[in-house]
Design a binder for this molecule. Structure first.
Ligand SMILES: NC(=O)c1ccc[n+]([C@@H]2O[C@H](COP(=O)([O-])OP(=O)(O)OC[C@H]3O[C@@H](n4cnc5c(N)ncnc54)[C@H](O)[C@@H]3O)[C@@H](O)[C@H]2O)c1
Length: 271
């Protein structure tokens, strides 16, 4: 290990179980010397797995529904008390679409579900940043990362309303990144991750086929949750102190590959 986060204090959202990307980020942040608070929606806490992660990493858990400004305020106030100072890094690893859960086609989206998806998966990022800024809870040069997916740039029919929601999330990173950067040099980026076998990921219709397809396209293959966590750690570290307002692809080269010899072979075309 490199002690990249030695002495840094963080807040990590979204660790549901061992497959969660946030779970891996917490393990790596611990290995790199950070202290942090774990948080998730109160309903996710009942499953109890997060307690094992808290024990393993010596962390406390503060429940907070990411759509609720009051609970987010409590999260930032309490985290600073527990960790003994301002927050140096925040991971937003939250995603949920009711339209996807209920298998509703994009063109027939239910608008109450759509609004819920926006609130949970994108507006929550704005709320989190706004609460932190009002409380002046993030230290100068601090780093905030949210996880996103390439459907924000290219169409994947089965990703339905989440594509629009991720586009909004990425836009919030840029817009808030400007203001928070000017005021406090706080960096805000999104990491656009490969398909990953997690609860949120595998909940998407046809995920298995799409996972295999992306794996066959990307020269390095799909990036797994552990390597995503490594990338997030570099973004939390001082080594990336001038990187902000970016959408950073972490996908084994998928996003810039047109076609691969594997895919052509599957189509019966000799590369
Ligand atoms: N798995 C993939 O293929 C993939 C690819 C690219 C990006 N992502 C993104 O990575 C992030 C993490 O997802 P994951 O794949 O690790 O799945 P996951 O299911 O393990 O994590 C999603 C988390 O969101 C939390 N959450 C849902 N509603 C919430 C609320 N109201 N308040 C607070 N937390 C809430 C859940 O409890 C869960 O911990 C998401 O933003 C997802 O869109 C995932």
């Amino acid at each position: 290990m490199y002690n990249l986060l030695k002495g840094k204090r963080g807040i990590i959202t979204g660790a549901l179980d061992q497959n969660s990307i946030a779970w891996k980020v917490a393990e790596k942040a611990h290995e790199e010397g950070a202290s942090f608070v774990l948080t998730n929606a109160p309903i996710a806490m009942r499953m109890g797995e997060i307690k094992n992660l808290a024990e393993k990493t010596g962390s406390e858990i503060i429940p907070a529904d990411a759509t609720n400004v009051e609970e987010l305020t409590n999260l930032f106030v309490q985290s600073q008390e527990i960790l003994g100072g301002k927050i140096d890094f925040v991971l937003h690893s939250i995603g949920m679409s009711v339209n996807i859960r209920k298998n509703i086609p994009y063109t027939e989206s239910n608008y109450d579900y759509f609004a819920k998806g926006i609130d949970v998966s994108a507006m929550s990022f704005h709320k989190m940043l706004s609460v932190a800024k009002k409380l002046d809870a993030i230290s100068e040069g601090g780093s905030v990362v949210a996880l996103t997916y390439m459907a924000a740039q290219r169409t994947y029919p089965f990703y339905t309303d989440m594509a629009d929601i991720k586009a909004m999330l990425e836009s919030i990173a840029r817009s808030f990144g400007y203001h928070y950067g000017k005021d406090k040099k706080v960096r805000i980026n999104t990491v656009s991750q490969s398909p990953t076998k997690t609860t949120a990921g595998t909940g998407i219709k046809g995920f298995g086929d799409f996972y295999d397809y992306a794996d066959a396209i990307a020269p390095l293959g799909n990036a797994d949750a552990e390597s995503c966590a490594d990338y997030c750690i570099t973004l939390f570290s001082d080594l990336t102190r001038m990187v902000t307002m970016q959408n950073l692809f972490h996908d084994g080269g998928y996003s810039t590959t047109g076609v691969s010899s594997e895919v052509l072979e599957k189509m019966g075309i000799k590369a």
